[in-house]
Design a protein around this ligand. Structure first.
Ligand code: GDP
Length: 369
């Protein structure tokens, strides 16, 4: 009835109806868009992003690889498979040395030199301490500040979850993704204090050991085995007054290396001095890497070595799966602890009980358990 008297459209009327304004949503819209995107990437989105060199998508794919969730793992495997044909074209360089020798400093200078020459450089790390202590030797400090802000570099700390074997597997997969994203130099950094350098060595083309002039091998905790794996040794911190001492150390390393058996690659390992501070000798390291790659590609060793590394992954993966399967089986769960007690009580030999358990395990598989 009032409708007839009141003109709602009259702008002067106190009863005029104005159009409401929608309440703003309480969450930042950009964030919502991002979250939406996060949940929506398919395997093909990942692959497309990686092949286009999109670093954000590469980083997210790596997070997928590092995840222990089954659904992430299965997606990661599909992404890796599709990236495989675009990988393998890089030079993989391992760098090891005790904490404090100057690994990150050298990698920063080397990395900057390479990006200025048009290379794209990925730096990955294998750090066993992240597993043991929850902290990490390689990740604690602010590292490679210049390189990390370089658009042609990509730095990723060590995957921390799981065993060292698990970390190594993940690093290998991350190398594939980085290569597919166009990184043509992949540096794998590791601390020279344990098994990690053996693993790093098993996934790179060239292995560089950094040393200091002022300490003997024992002091530096470097085992002979690591020296044998090295394709080059560089004595770092060799600037100013230290130069002379470094040259002397380099000479004794050269003499020591001559006593080692010839390498499989036919390459005579080289010894240099270098300094991340003065930047001297860093180009010499890279020249050696290039010389090595050229030589081993000519002889075929480069490809043969990569094939050997790949086939080793096959064997390792099969071994790991079989082992996991056994330890998760009913037989292991029910009988392993009892067997251990019997061994400790000298009731049975470890070898015999191992055979028995394996037989029972296979029997249980046959019965469809
Ligand atoms: P990392 O633990 O092997 O990665 O070693 P860092 O790169 O963190 O270096 C350890 C320390 O040595 C740092 O204080 C660096 O500034 C220093 N350092 C690294 N390279 C050189 C170098 O060429 N000369 C000198 N004098 N010091 C260096």
């Amino acid at each position: 009835m009032y409708d007839q008297v009141i003109d709602k459209n009259n702008p002067n009327s106190a009863l005029k109806v104005t159009k409401g304004v929608a309440n703003p949503i309480s969450v930042n819209e950009d964030y919502l868009k991002r979250v939406k995107k996060r949940t929506q990437l398919s395997v093909d989105d990942y692959v497309e992003g990686i092949l286009a060199g999109n670093r954000t998508i590469l980083a997210r794919a790596i997070t997928l690889v590092e995840s222990n969730l089954y659904k992430h793992q299965s997606m990661a495997q599909q992404v890796i498979e599709k990236c495989l044909s675009a990988s393998s074209k890089s030079i993989r360089l391992g760098i090891t040395g005790v904490p404090g020798v100057g690994k990150s400093s050298v990698i920063e200078v080397l990395g900057k030199m390479l990006t200025s020459q048009g290379h794209k450089v990925a730096v990955l790390a294998i750090d066993p301490s992240s597993e043991r202590s929850g902290g990490s030797i390689l990740g604690d400090k602010t590292r490679m500040e210049l390189l990390s802000s370089d658009p042609n570099a990509f730095i990723r700390p060590s995957p921390s979850a799981g065993s060292l074997g698990g970390v190594a597997r993940k690093t290998r997969e991350i190398i594939i993704l980085c290569e597919a994203a166009g990184f043509d130099v992949v540096i794998v950094e590791t601390v020279g204090v344990g098994q990690s350098e053996v693993l790093a060595h098993s996934m790179v083309d060239f292995f560089l050991l950094l040393q200091l002039a002022n300490a003997g091998d024992e002091l530096q905790g470097i085992k002979r085995g690591i020296m044998e794996m090295a394709d080059a040794i560089a004595i770092n911190k060799s600037e100013g007054k230290e130069k002379e001492r470094s040259e002397l150390a380099a000479n004794s390393y050269r003499n020591a290396l001559h006593l080692f058996p010839p390498t499989e690659s036919g390459w005579q390992p080289k010894v240099f001095t270098c300094s991340a501070y003065s930047k001297e000798g860093i180009d010499t390291i890279w020249n050696a890497v290039e010389e090595y790659v050229e030589m081993t590609k000519k002889t075929g060793y480069f490809y043969q070595n990569r094939n050997t590394q790949n086939l080793r992954i096959l064997t390792e993966s099969i071994n790991q799966s079989l082992q996991d399967n056994f330890y998760q089986s009913r037989i292991a769960k029910e009988k392993l602890d009892i067997a251990k007690d019997e061994i400790l009580d000298n009731k049975i030999s470890a070898y015999i009980i191992a055979q028995k358990l394996i037989e029972e395990y296979f029997q249980s598989l046959k019965q469809g358990e």
